[in-house]
Each structure stands twice: as structure tokens, then as C-alpha cells.
Write a protein that binds this ligand. Sequence first.
Ligand code: SF4
Length: 303
Amino acid sequence: MLRLKAEKNAVILAHNYQLPEVQDVADFLGDSLNLSLEAAKTKAQMIVFAGVYFMAETAAILNPDKKVLIPDPNAGCSLVDSVDNAYVQKWRERHPDGVVVAYINTSAATKALSDYVCTSANCLKVVEAIPRDKPVLFLPDKYLGLYIKYKTGRENMEIWNGECYVHAELSADKILEVAKRYPDAELLIHPECGCGTACLLELPKLGVEPKFLSTEGMVKYVKVSLKRRFIIATETGIIYRMQKEAPGKELIPASEGAICKYMKLITLEKVYRSLRDGVYHVVVEPEIAKRAKAAIERMFQFQ
Ligand code: SF4
């Protein structure tokens, strides 16, 4: 693998939810946005993106001069698939002063129809910066949208009814049960989780103050926190990276079953084949890429 990477002048970027053996061969690990930014910094000409398709698309949009490959083009995402772009287009026509905010888990075509792209780390800042009299369409994650609506108290915010099928399973009841079992543990929740505002409202009553963090935020937090034990409410793949970077900490998954079948389509064999054969090239149509890039770049002012 190492020889092939050098021969091809390639880097391997892997998402935090990837299989351990794929994480082990990666040059960089991170969430989708951090990986796209790493892609922009690298001098390598070829990028093998071990993640799901929209992430590789985002990397391709931000790096038009580099060849971005995905080891399996079937690695999709239930959030991305939930969006009906024709509806978004109609919403724009019905609300000429409206603002469309798209979570980064969207296709290039959806991003191209949006004013802002956001991540779970900055979506609150993005929505807060939109004048309160302007209607907002937030898509596609309903749990993240409800969390933002609750935090901003904004009434004129339409929330798309999409969900990540993995995080949807992480309900308030499930998380509550684990939190009761480990009362000394700190609870870290990804805002895509189905417990959403219920956790925000109910857990403090039990003396549990959850922290809502992006996956990258979770990794950083576990490393610097003085606590020893953590409950991790997101896809379990991240625990492998956390354990390596914070070896003294005890990490308890909120659900052992929180495993993304799309992420796990990327195997070590497919990464190798991708590197060897230059497959599968991720190409975004130039006009879509131009508009999607503008929405992504508007987000960077909120980093
Ligand atoms: S974990 Fe959820 S949001 Fe992430 S790729 Fe899988 S389905 Fe999409």
C-alpha cells in the first residue's frame, strides 16, 4: 500500500467511522469537512477518499485540480437520499427572500441549490447570522434542525424530514438507560442523534449534562477532558480512533448497533484496488460544482 501510494503520488483520507484497518492506512482521519480541507492542503495529485459519496464529492468540488477517487461508489447516505431537489427549487421560488441552509450531508446538486452549507460544528452560528425576518429551509437532518430551532427559538424555520438511519436509532430512552448505568460518565452526543431536544430537556433533570459535539469535537474533547469515562452517542467506528488518541480513557458506545452500513462498504481491499486501478473517479458537473462551492465557501466565515 505504501509503495503504491508513493508511486501514484496519492494520499488516503478516511472518515472517523471507517473500519479500523482502513483507518490504519489513512494519511488523515477526520470528519467530512476536515478531510476536504486536508485534501486542499495536500500536494498529492490523487486522493483516495475512504468515506461516503457526498464527502468525496465535496472534496472534488474544493479540489478541482486533483483526482478524487472513492473505493466504492455505492457508499451512500440516508440523509443525502432523503432530499427532493425539485421541492427545494420550488421552495426558493415561493420564498424569494428565503435562505436555504444545507447540512454538509447533501449531494453536490442540493448544495448548488443552497445559500449556505454547514456542519454540526457551525450550523448554530450560520442560522443565528441569518436575519430573523427571513424564512429558512434547513435540510436534510430533522434532529439537527430541531436542535437548532430550539436553540435559536426561530419560528420561521422549515425543517426537512430526513434522518440518518444510524443516529435515529439512538433514542432518548436508549441513551438515558446507558447514562443511568454509568452515572460517573460524561455523555457526548452527536446532534444528528434521534434523542435530539429530548436529551437536551430530559437529561439535565437526572443530573446528566450532555455535550453536543461534532465527531471531530468529540475526539478533541475526550483527549483534553479530565474525566476518565465517556458514553459516545454516535457511530461506533469513531471509538477506534478515540482509543488510540486517548488510551487512558474508557469509552462506552451508547449503542453497539450504531454501525453505518454505507461507511462499512469501504474495505481495505477496495482501498487498495482504488489506489492501484484509479477507480472510482468522482466527477462533479462544472456548473453544479461552481454553485455548490460558493455555498461551501460562505460557511467558512463561521469556522
Ligand atoms: S452514519 Fe448516517 S449520516 Fe453518516 S454516512 Fe451513514 S447514514 Fe449518512
